[in-house]
Design a protein around this ligand. Structure first.
Ligand code: PEP
Ligand code: MN
Length: 266
């Protein structure tokens, strides 16, 4: 059954011409220096359209770094002002939405753990009523297309028309080459059900390591996905979160140069 979402084309809210949308930045904002320096290096590649950084981090187990919190928004705003790049972050509560918007965050995303929880998604959707901001919705951690669609619908019904999905893979008890199984068939089904919905690939969270990223990123492009969100850190070896999967801005630049993007879509 075809689903309908009342959305506007990606081009109308982020025009990259014939190129894919590239979102990049550290998994987490750690310090002002780390965030701002990484942002400058990414901006200098000339290949990044939007910065990413987690301010509030949903960790699977307690006792780990859970994000720098609100103070990071000030650093992030500085990164935006100095580089001229728009900024994006994950929101998981109504308060996150309010604080992020007040700080000038340009694009919000809903993380995989939140997408799996309809109450959380509804709380975020309610906080977005009357706001005109692009929202990206990651697939839920578990391979459930309905949950993903449900989250897209909840946010869309709140009036958000600048909407895109992020394919970040699905967790599995089995250990494979991937941190999160891509399960491309679920992404294909989403594209078939909602052809007008832009889909952006997150090779970093699918792979869980740097080495596999080029293969997943190329496959995403070959499957008509319209962009990438890639974790990039000034010094991945000392990253506070997701160290194994982050790439330096230079490595990201090289990676992007080696990808072929065949499809110019609306
Ligand atoms: C992230 O983007 O850093 C993140 C926490 O991702 P996910 O929600 O896909 O696990
Ligand atoms: Mn991460």
């Amino acid at each position: 059954m075809k689903q309908t979402l009342d959305i506007v084309p990606l081009k109308s809210w982020f025009d990259t011409g014939d190129a894919p949308l590239i979102i990049a930045g550290p998994c987490s904002a750690e310090t002002e220096e780390q965030l701002v320096a990484t942002a400058h290096l990414l901006a200098n590649t000339g290949k990044v359209n939007v910065l990413r950084a987690g301010i509030w981090k949903p960790r699977t187990r307690p006792g780990e770094f859970e994000g720098i919190g609100s103070i990071g928004l000030q650093w992030y705003r500085r990164a935006k002002e100095e580089t001229g790049l728009p900024i994006s972050t994950e929101v998981a509560t109504a308060k996150h939405v309010e604080e992020a918007l007040a700080a000038g965050v340009d694009i919000l995303w809903i993380g995989a753990r939140s997408t799996a929880n309809p109450f959380t998604v509804q709380e975020i959707a309610d906080a977005l009523k009357g706001v005109d901001v692009p929202v990206l919705i990651k697939n839920p951690v578990n391979p459930d297309l309905s949950l993903w669609l449900g989250a897209l619908e909840r946010v869309n019904r709140a009036g958000i028309k600048k909407l895109a999905a992020i394919h970040r893979g699905f967790s599995s008890y089995e250990k494979t080459a991937f941190r999160n199984e891509p399960m491309w068939d679920i992404a294909i089904q989403l594209k078939t059900l909602v052809p007008e919905l832009p889909v952006i690939n997150d090779p970093s969270h699918i792979c869980g390591n740097r080495e596999l990223i080029p293969y997943i990123a190329q496959k995403a492009f070959d499957m008509d996905m319209q962009g990438l969100i890639v974790e990039s850190h000034i010094d991945p070896s000392v990253a506070w979160t997701d160290a194994k999967q982050q790439v330096t801005p230079q490595a990201l630049s090289d990676l992007l140069s080696n990808l072929t993007y065949r499809h110019a879509k609306s």
